[in-house]
Design a protein around this ligand. Structure first.
Ligand SMILES: Nc1nc2c(CCNCC3CCCCC3)c3[nH]c(NCCc4ccccc4)nc3cc2c(=O)[nH]1
Length: 376
């Protein structure tokens, strides 16, 4: 089974007690320490965060999206203005998703064929066809450091035969993506599908690895399946994936999911949860999630999370954050997002430290003990 195509990823250290590993991924816009969480920036912005804020919370790489930027403002416009890094003033690495997942979850009507996906824009109802070739051209025009193959993410409810036929098309699409990709220095990652079926996962994994990519992603997860199913796919796939290439799980996840995935040997993660939850007042802390709009915090002059070193936790009270949220102030989204992303990125930093010191299994045990998930 072929492993990696380019030599930009290296495993620096493995924790002997589990699958967790420390890695370094070099890109044209800088080096990324793994395991790493990638803040999501849908419309060429991580909502409510300036690039300066992103550096302040120690973001290393962010995500943007083919589907959104193709529809608005258009990838050719972004290209003509110097590419996505210049356009959004983010000088660090950028990864773009291929748009397939968004077409299924956002587009109005959509029709899948061997050619690609016909869909109606969620913005103005106009008709478009996104193909593997067009997805690669859009990602090349945006100038991302890492781009993703165009794939189909079957619904969690899809039956075995559908998932089987879908992964075969995703493999054919992956070959077309590799054929279409020609931008030097830009890394292309393959995406493994196969639903919740371990035999189909192994088949997709072998087919995608045989084509050969710079990194490999697990797709088709975090689509409504049970946690046990998600963890089971992680456990069965990790040992089969090339040891010396980056492993990315798409759309994951909650803090406990990140800890579980790192324990199994995964390196890269993205999820809208920290940013989307922040805007809804759901904040992550060392004691679990809290809902800042709860009356319990009305007169709480203490910090959001006493164990957090971020600017928000050192400066503002829970009472003030609750006030901002209830008043519908823009600053509520800004401060809540800043803290949630700091929490996620600091969790990754603490995990990297635990791997480096061969104590990740203890870290995982202590982490589960701490998350009382009080949801107040
Ligand atoms: N190609 C591809 N992408 C997938 C994505 C999008 C990853 N985020 C991209 C990012 C780019 C910038 C714009 C935003 C998206 C997934 N997201 C999830 N679950 C999210 C489940 C979730 C979790 C919390 C809240 C909402 C939804 N499963 C996913 C599976 C796949 C997949 O098979 N193929």
């Amino acid at each position: 089974m072929r492993g990696r195509v380019s030599g930009t990823f290296s495993v620096i250290h493995r924790d002997a007690s589990c699958g967790a590993r420390l890695g370094s991924l070099k890109t044209p816009h800088g080096e990324i320490e793994t395991p790493i969480f990638m803040p999501v920036g849908t419309n060429a912005t991580v909502k409510a965060m300036t690039p300066e804020d992103l550096w302040a919370v120690h973001a290393q790489i962010i995500l943007a999206n083919t589907y959104h930027l193709y529809l608005r403002p258009g990838h050719r416009l972004v290209e003509s203005l110097g590419g996505l890094h210049r356009f959004m003033n983010w000088s660090g690495p950028i990864l773009t998703d291929s748009g397939g997942f968004q077409v299924f979850s956002l587009g109005e009507l959509r029709k899948i064929s061997e050619e690609g996906v016909k869909f109606q824009s969620h913005l103005d109802g106009s008709y478009h066809v996104l193909t593997p070739e067009l997805s690669i051209k859009i990602q090349e025009a945006l100038g991302a450091d890492i781009i993703m193959c165009f794939d189909e993410c079957p619904a969690a409810t899809a039956d075995y035969d559908y998932v089987s036929r879908s992964l075969e098309m995703t493999t054919r699409w992956a070959k077309r993506c590799k054929e279409a990709h020609s931008r030097e220095g830009q890394q292309l990652f393959g995406i493994i599908q196969g639903g919740m079926h371990h035999d189909l996962r192994a088949r997709s994994l072998n087919e995608i690895c045989a084509i050969g990519f710079d990194g490999y992603a697990l797709g088709g997860l975090s689509v409504g399946e049970e946690k046990e199913q998600m963890y089971g796919v992680m456990e069965s796939c990790a040992p089969l994936m090339p040891q010396d290439a980056p492993r990315y799980i798409m759309g994951i996840g909650a803090p406990e999911d990140l800890v579980e995935a790192v324990w199994h040997g995964f390196d890269m993660f993205d999820c809208v949860m920290p940013t989307r939850n922040a805007r809804n007042g759901m904040l992550f802390t060392s004691q679990g999630r809290i809902n800042i709009k709860a009356k319990a915090y009305e007169e709480d002059g203490g910090p959001l999370d006493p164990a957090c070193g971020c600017h928000v936790c050192r400066t503002y009270s829970r009472a003030y954050l609750r006030h901002l949220y209830r008043a519908g102030e823009i600053l509520a989204s800004q401060l809540n997002t800043y803290h949630n992303l700091y929490y996620y990125l600091d969790l990754m930093r603490r995990m990297r430290g635990a791997i480096r010191e061969n104590r990740f299994t203890e870290f995982r045990r202590d982490f589960y003990g701490s998350q009382t998930d009080n949801h107040v």
